[in-house]
Design a protein around this ligand. Structure first.
Ligand code: ATP
Length: 318
């Protein structure tokens, strides 16, 4: 079993209890652990895989809460850092017009310092870069770029998820696209939502979008399509792998469950890069990862809804 290093942010989402009013009117919030790379680390560990989280939280009680959540999910947090800066907080509400009202108070996540000792562990293992806040500057962006370089030079299997958040990149989409291109060029596996694939390629048509992204260097592309499943695109295939039918109540974290489950399966290969040459196996793995995504939508909250291996097996055999 290979180790998957998940690098990026871990933060608190304060979600307004009463949806349908903007943040100026919301008066009750629920504290939830957030941060896509941390969710992915939990998804892998909950399935029985070996994941390590590399990110930074504050010394405050929110930082303690977040690290406890990861530890309870069996994620190795020995490489996580703490800073005197407060833990990053996001406040979210769905306003009356259906738009997300969002306030982001960025703190410790951007203070992640590059640690040159970590790269030795990358050799032959896997690195997942879930960009979200990592391309927004700060020490985190520098550390991110250096870990990416280390992953390349240490022959790690590299997975990239841009985690585009429109709220964070208003009027700055071109910068986002440029920054992502560096990672797309050299990663073995890219996970996009439909919106991301369209934005990063400049093409509305999903198949053409994949062609543009392959030309940029992307090897395996997965485009998650909610209830419809996942489009898988490699040099030789372009096919939609359907998901299962569920009654979704909250889709938060489905994408993280999907990529976490896919990485978990790849981590069981003697040589993770072997998946680049085995489309048949890739499609089988995506089918299972779709089920992990689907299960996550059937409960509230991202981390509590991630499936265990038993739940995944049960649904796969149903
Ligand atoms: P995120 O919101 O976490 O960024 P995303 O948009 O990448 O995620 P989705 O497309 O919502 O992710 O979901 C990931 C995968 O989970 C899908 O490709 C699909 O296989 C499965 N999935 C999501 N929603 C459903 C659903 N309603 N029914 C069945 N499967 C689903």
């Amino acid at each position: 079993m290979k180790t998957v290093y998940c690098i990026g942010e871990l933060l608190i989402d304060f979600v307004a209890e009463k949806q349908g009013s903007d943040l100026s009117k919301a008066d009750e919030f629920t504290k939830k652990p957030g941060g896509a790379p941390a969710n992915v680390a939990c998804a892998i560990a909950k399935l029985g895989g070996d994941s390590r989280f590399v990110g930074c939280v504050g010394f405050d009680p929110f930082g303690t809460f977040l690290l406890n959540v990861l530890e309870k999910s069996h994620v190795d947090i020995s490489l996580a850092q703490r800073s005197k800066h407060f833990t990053t907080l996001a406040f979210v509400s769905l306003a009356e017009n259906g738009e997300r009202d969002f306030v982001f108070s960025r703190g410790a996540d951007k203070k992640l310092k590059y640690d040159s000792g970590i790269k030795k562990g990358f050799n032959g293992h896997m690195v997942h870069l879930g960009a979200a806040t990592a391309l927004l500057g700060g020490d985190l962006e520098e550390a991110y770029g250096r870990y990416f370089f280390d992953a390349l030079t240490q022959d790690a299997f590299i997975s990239f998820d841009p985690n585009f958040r429109g709220d964070l990149w208003k009027e700055e989409e071109e910068t986002f696209i440029k920054k992502c291109t560096t990672f797309i060029e050299k990663s073995h596996l890219c996970k996009f939502s439909l919106e991301e694939a369209q934005l990063l390629s400049g093409e509305d048509d999903i198949e053409k979008a994949c062609d543009v992204l392959h030309k940029k260097g992307a090897q395996i592309i997965t485009v998650t399509l909610g209830g419809k499943g996942t489009l898988v695109s490699t040099a030789n295939i372009k096919t939609i792998v359907p998901s299962i039918t569920v009654n979704p109540v909250d889709t938060t974290g489905a994408g993280d469950a999907f990529i976490g489950c896919l990485l978990y399966q790849i981590s069981s290969l003697a040589h993770p890069t072997a998946i680049l040459k085995d489309d048949e196996l890739l499609l089988k793995m995506v089918k299972k990862a779709n089920i992990a995504g689907a299960i996550t939508t059937t409960n509230y909250g991202a981390i509590p809804s991630l499936p265990t291996l038993e739940q995944l097996k049960e649904k796969s055999e149903a």
